[in-house]
Design a protein around this ligand. Structure first.
Ligand code: COA
Length: 254
């Protein structure tokens, strides 16, 4: 299985389950997650959603091989469905992050409500290193959350940063020892599940009301650049270099 989905005690748990490929996300996995969120939204028994990975890795982000073979096209592609359902979820969403959270693995956290990180978590948005640009509103949400200069450092250089730094930036709520992460995040989800669902829904909607109006235009602008860049020579060089286990050479591109 590539994504394990489990519903119990009012919590829908969506777990990345592809450890041999560092939980890199394929189109099939995006579709499974998009459908799971939609199902969780419809099911009155579900009162909170929880994303998690493995103790050693949250996710290596988009599967680069999948990206090369079948770049996502348009608003109906699985990755767009996933991010749309996540960002529009009316129920509270928690993420528990241990190990690397690369690319969309960090971007998706900007759309979650509560984020808990293990002390081994490493966050990165290496879009420029891949010849790409930010997506799904990270170019707007990260500067808003962390301030322009801190966001610029993460988005322009694309280097990984620690759980402690993510905490200072406001990207995570709390850092825990890796062995305590899953039980803590679950306890938070159970606490949410015990509260009146309508209060949670309306509180979340109120907090997100400005975003709902402004983000669609940002996401559309990012997407138009991103999809063009995905098939450009810079990205091809970066992806090929990754699989050839060498450093990418961008010197020939202006
Ligand atoms: N897409 C496809 N395969 C991936 C992948 C990805 N995003 N990330 C890792 N893998 C595969 C590797 O190719 C390798 O496969 P192999 O065993 O068949 O050679 C396997 O997963 C293990 O990866 P490896 O790089 O050896 O693990 P690591 O522990 O040294 O490093 C990461 C872990 C996550 C830091 C590193 O794999 C990485 O940087 N991945 C790419 C992240 C990325 O650029 N994502 C896209 C963002 S848009």
């Amino acid at each position: 299985m590539s994504v394990a989905i489990n519903k119990a005690d009012g919590i829908l748990v969506i777990e990345f389950d592809r450890a041999d490929k560092k939980n890199a996300i394929t189109a099939v996995m995006y579709q499974l997650m998009a459908d799971a969120i939609a199902d969780g939204e419809r099911d009155p028994e579900v009162r909170a959603l929880l994303f998690q990975g493995k103790p050693e890795v949250f996710t290596a982000g988009n599967d680069l091989d999948d990206f090369l073979r079948t770049p996502p096209k348009g608003a109906d592609s699985p990755v767009y469905q996933f991010m749309r359902n996540l960002s529009q979820a009316s129920k509270p969403v928690i993420a528990a992050v241990a190990g690397p959270a690369v690319g969309i693995g960090t971007t998706m956290l900007l759309h979650c409500d509560l984020v808990y990180a293990a002390d081994n978590a490493r966050f990165s948005m290496p879009f420029t290193q891949l010849g790409l640009c930010p997506e799904f509103a990270s170019s707007a949400l990260l500067p808003q959350m962390a301030g322009y200069h801190r966001a610029a450092e993460k988005l322009l250089l694309g280097e990984a940063f620690s759980a402690e730094e993510a905490l200072q930036m406001g990207l995570v709520n709390k850092v825990l020892p890796v062995g305590e992460l899953a039980s803590y995040a679950r306890a938070r989800a159970l606490a949410l599940a015990a509260l009146p669902a309508s209060s949670l829904r309306i509180t979340k909607r109120l907090m997100k009301s400005t975003q709902v109006q402004t983000l669609p235009a940002v996401i559309a602008e990012e997407a138009s650049h991103f999809s063009a860049m995905l098939t450009a020579p810079e990205a091809k060089e970066a992806f090929t270099a990754f699989f050839e286990k060498r450093k990418a050479d961008f010197s020939k591109f202006s």
